[in-house]
Design a protein around this ligand. Structure first.
Ligand SMILES: Nc1ncnc2c1ncn2[C@@H]1O[C@H](COP(=O)(O)OP(=O)(O)OP(=O)(O)O)[C@@H](O)[C@H]1O
Ligand SMILES: [Mg+2]
Length: 269
């Protein structure tokens, strides 16, 4: 099961979700591979790994010329900060080589790499950049399921509509298997009327798709990456850690009963 965490909007909690969901899945006993497909490398440093790990999957993409994929199908896999978690890091120095990437990379390169890895890793979680670049398209083509973090603020809803329409196009043209597993509300602040208003709107429009777990705005979640630690290591008793543990349980449930996942089309209401 390959899950991409996606939203073209920046700063909505993709990386925080990819890291802490992966860690929680691992802690619930599911061997999990976290893949940092964002050249910013935030997921890599967020679990305490260096972004000079070679070869990263991103580097694999840049160096692949399309006709010798077998030679490049060996991204480095490092142990994560908790048992059951492995990580494929990003190399920060390659940020900005999107042009090079566009010339050499196919839309299904990541899918081919991951299918080679998937017998070892039943659960793969991919962190993606805040764009709909070729890297992100690769993450969409490789994925079975998508998790979309939505920040509880006004413009979140606007961006969501266009994201869902884009996903529908990708599904039709490139990956008919693609499903949206769910939307997760992030940075929810109970003191702000706007947060609960947006949250209610989401409940109204996406009752099936929305995860019940709401990730609160929690300073411990914001601090943890600067220590290179997931929240479960940095402060396992914090509300943020608790939220991601519960989110992981919901994800496990949805994997077990796939009918709850909705095709990208069904939710473009
Ligand atoms: N629930 C939360 N409570 C408090 N801070 C949070 C929470 N979730 C994320 N943050 C902080 O908000 C910022 C943006 O989060 P994050 O990096 O996860 O978003 P992103 O969608 O991956 O961003 P980008 O689009 O740049 O990749 C980070 O500084 C992160 O530590
Ligand atoms: Mg990020």
């Amino acid at each position: 099961m390959i899950i991409s965490v996606i939203n073209q909007k920046g700063g909505v909690g993709k990386t925080t979700t990819a890291i802490n969901l992966s860690v929680s899945l691992a802690q619930w006993g599911h061997p999990t591979l976290l893949i940092d497909l964002d050249p910013q490398g935030n997921a890599t440093s967020g679990v305490g790994l260096t972004t000079t790990l070679h070869p990263s999957l991103y580097e694999t993409l840049v160096s692949s010329n399309g006709d010798s994929p077998q030679d490049t199908l060996h991204p480095a896999v490092a142990p994560g900060p908790v048992p059951n978690l492995s990580v494929v890091g990003a190399s920060a120095e390659l940020a900005g080589s999107e042009v090079e990437l566009a010339e050499n990379t196919r839309r299904d390169d990541v899918r081919r790499v991951l299918h080679a890895l998937s017998p070892q890793y039943p659960l793969i979680v991919i962190d993606t950049p805040p764009s709909l670049s070729l890297i992100t398209v690769n993450a969409l083509v490789a994925a079975d399921q998508l998790i979309i973090p939505v920040q509880c603020e006004y413009y979140a809803l606007e961006g969501l509509g266009s994201l869902l329409r884009t996903l529908e196009r990708i599904k039709r043209s490139l990956n008919p298997q693609l499903r949206v597993m769910g939307l997760v509300r992030t940075m929810y602040d109970a003191r702000l009327g706007l947060s609960s208003q947006v949250s209610e709107e989401l409940e109204k429009h996406f009752p099936q798709l929305l995860f019940r777990t709401v990730v609160p705005r929690n300073v411990r979640l914001a601090e943890a990456p600067s220590f290179g630690q997931p929240i479960a290591v940095y402060d396992r008793r914090s509300p943020g850690a608790d939220a991601y543990r519960r989110l992981a349980l919901e994800v496990i449930n949805r994997i077990d009963s796939p009918t709850k996942s909705t095709s990208a089309s069904a939710k473009s209401q």
